[in-house]
Design a protein around this ligand. Sequence first.
Ligand SMILES: CC(C)(COP(=O)(O)OP(=O)(O)OC[C@H]1O[C@@H](n2cnc3c(N)ncnc32)[C@H](O)[C@@H]1OP(=O)(O)O)[C@@H](O)C(=O)NCCC(=O)NCCS
Length: 167
Amino acid sequence: MKDVTVREFDAQDNEADREQLLAAFLDIWNAEENLRFLSFTLRPFEKDIVRGWLESHKDQGGRFLCAVEENGRVIGICIAKIDPVEGFEIHGLGVRPGFKRRGIGRNLLERTIDLAAGLGFKSLDAAVFADNPAMLRLLLSLDFLPVGMDFRKRADGADILRLRRRL
Ligand SMILES: CC(C)(COP(=O)(O)OP(=O)(O)OC[C@H]1O[C@@H](n2cnc3c(N)ncnc32)[C@H](O)[C@@H]1OP(=O)(O)O)[C@@H](O)C(=O)NCCC(=O)NCCS
């Protein structure tokens, strides 16, 4: 991961972070090869809706860790959803097409695990569509274990596998 740094974006209170993250999120989440692994509806994410999420993400417990190239381009995003009662969940992970298999997804997940541990959580959860072997392999290699399934959650009927990593 030469020349790539990971930092947290504050899209709620920092306008530059918000605009950069909005553009990157739409590029990455709506990319044809990514969308079916990130969308329950299989419909692209709309700019105005995503902007609304970003404007209040901290109020909802959302945290954004981003992999950033030296030139400032965001090439990977991991979203954590933190609730002091419900727990710590990985809400989404996406890497820009053309930048996969370079360790970016693993690095973002490792940083997110560190964040959960640093906040004193004893476990963190992830949910993955069952037809996503790349993410499943990545999570299993980081010691996440299956804890349950939700059936027919995506528009085309795909199931969701829930996994948990103990800390
Ligand atoms: C899943 C995803 C985030 C992985 O990111 P990445 O940066 O390419 O992953 P890494 O380079 O860190 O790979 C780590 C490990 O993941 C697994 N992996 C990643 N891509 C894989 C693929 N295409 N096929 C099989 N295993 C894969 C491998 O175990 C890999 O380790 P290895 O390279 O030593 O074999 C990326 O493919 C992506 O953005 N996919 C679309 C969105 C998505 O599925 N998000 C998850 C939603 S829950």
